[in-house]
Ligand binder design. Structure first.
Ligand SMILES: CCCCC/C=C/C(=O)SCCNC(=O)CCNC(=O)[C@H](O)C(C)(C)COP(=O)(O)OP(=O)(O)OC[C@H]1O[C@@H](n2cnc3c(N)ncnc32)[C@H](O)[C@@H]1OP(=O)(O)O
Length: 394
């Protein structure tokens, strides 16, 4: 009964509006329209258009989109039915299976019609946000701008406290690779809204692939290793502008940055034991070096949350600024840094950081392998369930 209850709460969390959204007349209307035939190109355009939708169309529509997409690309559902507690995959399977033997072409047409109805009824995010330049287009979870010799990568899921979902991990890697090659002198990571980042998006744990939780954990470890590797290898000065509280992986990665500027509103929290998890981002190596083993253990094992002042005293933060003047003071300083000779900065960073690189990659690999095991533990599953069922917060 307890399991069923938790699973039900999990589904509520994932589908907060599923019980309110009952019917979509506009969707039905378009689903029934089969007079026109959509080309493969129309279909591909529609798939891209979905990524640009600014407003969430709701889970019922998302399930329809999913089902039509699968039917259009793979034909009728012949996957095994997911288990009763795997609510999310079961809902997806049900939606796809309900399309029966609908021909691929009709599914493609219905998909295109559905997207076109959504695009006209929901605002599209194809417009560039004010204050960002053209380089920011194409990212769903980030705002990326490049000016005055600075590439700024801003985590942009403020309503979710900039939690890192799978898409954001990929987009950050992409943005870092692009920044390493662009003509900026320095790169900055910061957050939009009141948080720097609340760390790994715990809903990442809910999307279980056909291979089950083992496959999920394996994929997570591969993603994490590649993600952290991008920070280890980043060639230019990399600066964190910590605008508010930072949690989990957004804290551990700071050990790989070249400077960390923090608002006095920022806090630094790595509650890995509370979550049944273990340190990542090379923090098992960088934190003891930066702040001494006992201070690192206070943070990484006992989950002590540091104020910005404490993090600065421990050497994790370079300098703390009053929140009221934080942005102005930090950006004035960064603009001055960005005027320094770019090659000299890159070469100096290289000589300081390079002899540690091999070690850092080895630490990263080991941490990911340990975490892969942790993600399968009851301790971790229970902690995630508790958060998702709104029983616990940090
Ligand atoms: C594959 C790579 C894995 C790498 C391993 C990384 C590990 C980590 O990073 S461990 C750290 C994980 N993070 C957390 O445990 C934080 C969980 N969040 C919280 O405890 C709280 O949300 C808070 C303390 C960060 C903020 O509390 P509060 O100010 O009360 O705001 P809300 O809880 O109402 O948050 C607003 C909104 O955002 C959602 N949200 C916030 N953080 C996360 C998160 N980490 N994962 C998923 N969702 C998050 C929160 O659920 C709210 O959503 P709605 O209810 O839909 O508004």
């Amino acid at each position: 009964v307890a399991m069923a209850y938790l699973a039900w709460r999990l589904a509520q969390r994932w589908w907060p509006s599923s019980l309110q959204v009952i019917s979509f007349p506009v969707v039905q209307l378009h689903l029934n329209r089969t007079a026109m035939r959509a080309s493969q190109k129309d279909f591909e355009n529609a798939v891209n258009q979905v990524k640009l939708l600014k407003k969430d169309p709701g889970n019922e529509v998302k399930l329809k989109l999913y089902a039509l997409y699968k039917q259009a690309t793979e034909g009728p559902c012949n996957m095994p039915k997911p288990g009763v507690f795997d609510l999310i995959n079961k809902a997806k399977w049900d939606a796809w299976n309900a399309l029966g033997s609908l021909p691929k072409e009709t599914a493609r047409q219905n998909y295109v019609d559905l997207v076109s109805s959504l695009s006209s009824s929901l605002e599209s995010s194809s417009q560039v946000e004010p204050g960002t330049d053209r380089k920011s287009t194409g990212y769903e979870t980030l705002m990326v701008t490049s000016e005055d010799g600075i590439t700024k990568i801003m985590l942009n899921r403020p309503t979710k406290k900039n939690a890192l979902n799978v898409e954001m991990y990929h987009e950050i890697m992409h943005a870092l690779k692009a920044a390493s090659k662009d003509d900026s002198a320095i790169t900055v990571l910061t957050g939009n809204g009141d948080y720097y980042s609340s760390g790994n998006d715990l809903t990442n744990f809910t999307d279980i692939p056909p291979g089950g939780v083992e496959e999920k954990a394996k994929n997570g470890a591969i993603l994490l290793r590649e993600f952290v590797g991008c920070f280890i290898d980043f060639p230019k000065p990399l600066i964190a502008v910590v605008n508010g509280p930072a949690v989990g992986i957004s804290v551990t990665l700071l050990g790989l940055f070249d400077a960390v500027y923090a608002s006095d509103r920022a806090t630094f929290h790595t509650p890995f034991s509370h979550l049944g998890q273990s340190p990542e981002g090379c923090s098992s190596y960088t934190f003891p070096k930066i702040m001494s083993p006992v201070k690192a253990i206070e943070m990484l094992v006992f989950g002590k949350k540091l104020t910005a002042g404490e993090a600065c005293a421990q050497g994790l933060v370079t300098e703390v600024f009053p929140d009221s003047t934080f942005q102005k003071e930090v950006w004035t300083r960064l603009k001055a840094f960005a005027k320094l000779p770019a090659n000299a900065m890159r070469i100096s960073k290289e000589i300081i950081r390079n002899r540690e690189k091999e070690k850092l990659h080895a630490v990263n690999a080991e941490e990911c392998s340990v975490l892969q095991g942790r993600w399968l533990s009851d301790e971790c599953m229970n902690a995630v369930m508790n958060f998702l069922s709104r029983k616990s917060k940090l």
